[in-house]
Every structure is written in structure tokens, then in C-alpha cells.
Design a protein around this ligand. Structure first.
Ligand code: NAD
Length: 264
């Protein structure tokens, strides 16, 4: 089940900043465990290399390049490097994303632009260069990591992030319909509150650095009583990437312990 032998997977933001598993890191490691040849990108060389080390220690196949997912020339070069290395790209994971607090009054114009750039333009740029490759091959699977913030207000004032993640989902649905006849599927994983190293940085941004209080508050917000972890996101991404989900396209799978159902 869910084997990815002989498949090449391009994973953006494959590193993790801080202690513990990040989503992109867990996805890259899980895809490699399932047999994929992973080609990761990351802005931060050391973060990307840590993921590469884990995969190599487990006997998996991995290359990591430094690349900024918001820079058109760097994205084009990273896709070309993956193609040059493996001759094909079967799976694209658009993982890069980041939130910035603030409403329309508080967010600077630059911060608004940055939110759109890192959360949705990054996926647009990767698709621009990967979809023609998948089309030539006759198929492929694109999985983008969105957020429940793109579906509803989930307790944090972050209009740029919410708007960008909503845009990412509609970008995915529309592109999926266009590419369905070509055998290329596009779907989103939609995580809720996930206990990743990002939570430490979020506590600094949203709770004045009160990490324990912020963590307890996030656990309490979830009907299941606790946040999810990066593996919950990674297993869902694996399912959408693998052939077992071959009839699923233009969809979102929400991974949130019940939050969105409880706040309809
Ligand atoms: N942690 C959560 O609670 C949560 C919830 C919902 C959605 N998400 C989404 O999950 C995704 C990533 O989560 P994560 O835990 O892997 O995040 P992370 O912050 O750990 O970042 C992963 C990697 O991305 C790299 N990165 C950042 N900007 C980049 C860029 N412009 N180009 C290339 N690499 C870049 C970082 O260096 C890092 O190594 C994001 O899209 C985020 O919005 C997270």
C-alpha cells in the first residue's frame, strides 16, 4: 500500500526550523520511506541538509538544493535541477508557507504581498515549471499544503495568510479541472493546529512568547483535545501523492481533529 517506488518527488521547504518535526520534513522523510527519490528545496541550507541526513541514514534517496520558492528564477532552476538529476517528476509537494499576524490596518503592504508570495505564488511558480513535465510524462500528482485559516476564522487575526491559503485552494481546484484530462491530479492537505517547531515562533508572534500558555490554548481549541503533528499532515500528503488516490482530484482533505466541523 502507498508505495512510491520509481517515483520522483519534488518537495519544497523540506527542512524544519527548530526542535521537532516540521510538516515539510516529515513529508520528505515519509515519501522517501515509501520508496520515492526525493528532491527537496529549502531556503535554509542547514535545515534542508538535516532532512537529507535523516533520509540518507535510513537508506533513502535524496538530494537537497538551496532555493527560494518565491523567486521565479530560483524555482525554475530547482525544477530543472530535479529533471536533470532524475529525468522525471511524478510528485510535487508545495509545502512552503508561513503566517503573519494582522488585519488590513496592521499589515503593511509589503507584509501582505509577502503573504501572497510565500503561500500561493510559490505554488503557482512550481506548477508553472512542473506541470509541462508531468504532461509530457502523461501524469503526476501535485499536493499543496493549505490551512484551515483559508476556510474560516480559526482564532487568529491573520488576513494575509487566510486570503492566501484560500487562494491556494481555489488555484488548486481550477488547475486540477484544467489538467484532469492530462492525467495530472492536484489536491490540498488542509491542516488545522499542528504541533511543529513553527508553534514556538507563533507563540512569539501571537502570545508574547508565552509558549506553554499558547500550546495549552491550542490543545483546548481542538475537539479531539490536542493538536495534530507533522505525521498527520505527512500521511495525508502521502495518500494524495500515491496511486491509491488516483480518482481524487481538485479536493481538500482537512486534517484538524474536528475544529472546522465544530465551528461551521
Ligand atoms: N504548523 C502548523 O500549525 C500549520 C498549520 C496549518 C498549515 N501549516 C502549513 O504547513 C506548511 C509548512 O509547515 P512546516 O512545519 O514545514 O514549516 P516550517 O516553518 O518548519 O518551514 C519548513 C521549511 O521551509 C523553509 N522555507 C521557508 N520559506 C521558504 C522559501 N521561501 N523557499 C524555500 N524554503 C522556505 C524553511 O527554511 C523550513 O526549513 C506551511 O504551508 C504552513 O502554512 C502549518
Amino acid at each position: 500500500m502507498l508505495r512510491l517506488d520509481n517515483k520522483v518527488a519534488l518537495v519544497t521547504g523540506c527542512g524544519s526550523l527548530g526542535e521537532g518535526w516540521g510538516n515539510g520534513q516529515a513529508i520528505a522523510v515519509l515519501l522517501a520511506r515509501q520508496g520515492a527519490q526525493v528532491f527537496g528545496t529549502d531556503l535554509n541550507e542547514a535545515a534542508g541538509q538535516r532532512t537529507a541526513d535523516i533520509i540518507r541514514q535510513e537508506g533513502g534517496s535524496v538530494d537537497v538544493v538551496v532555493s527560494d520558492s518565491t523567486d521565479p528564477a530560483q524555482v525554475e532552476a530547482a525544477v530543472a535541477a530535479c529533471l536533470a538529476r532524475h529525468g522525471r517528476i511524478d510528485i510535487l509537494i508545495n509545502n512552503v508557507g508561513r503566517s503573519e499576524p494582522g488585519g488590513p490596518v496592521e499589515l503593511t503592504e509589503q507584509a501582505w504581498e509577502d503573504q501572497l508570495s510565500v503561500n500561493v505564488t510559490s505554488a503557482f511558480l512550481a506548477c508553472k515549471h512542473v506541470l509541462p513535465i508531468m504532461e509530457k510524462q502523461g501524469g503526476g500528482s501535485v499536493v499543496s499544503i493549505s490551512s484551515i485559516a483559508g476556510l474560516r476564522y480559526a482564532g487568529k487575526p491573520q488576513v494575509g495568510y487566510a486570503a492566501a491559503k484560500a487562494a491556494l485552494m481555489q488555484f488548486t481546484r481550477t488547475t486540477a479541472v484544467m489538467y484532469a484530462p492530462k492525467g495530472i491530479r492536484l489536491n490540498c492537505v488542509v491542516p488545522g493546529l499542528v504541533f511543529t517547531p513553527l508553534v514556538k515562533r507563533l507563540a512569539d508572534k501571537y502570545a508574547g512568547g508565552d509558549f506553554d500558555g499558547f500550546v495549552a490554548h491550542r490543545h483546548r481549541q481542538v475537539p479531539m483535545g490536542h493538536m495534530g503533528d507533522a505525521w498527520d499532515v505527512a500521511h495525508t500528503a502521502l495518500f494524495l501523492a500515491a496511486d491509491e488516490s488516483k480518482y481524487i482530484t481538485a479536493q481538500e482533505i482537512v486534517v484538524d481533529g474536528g475544529i472546522t466541523a465544530a465551528t461551521r
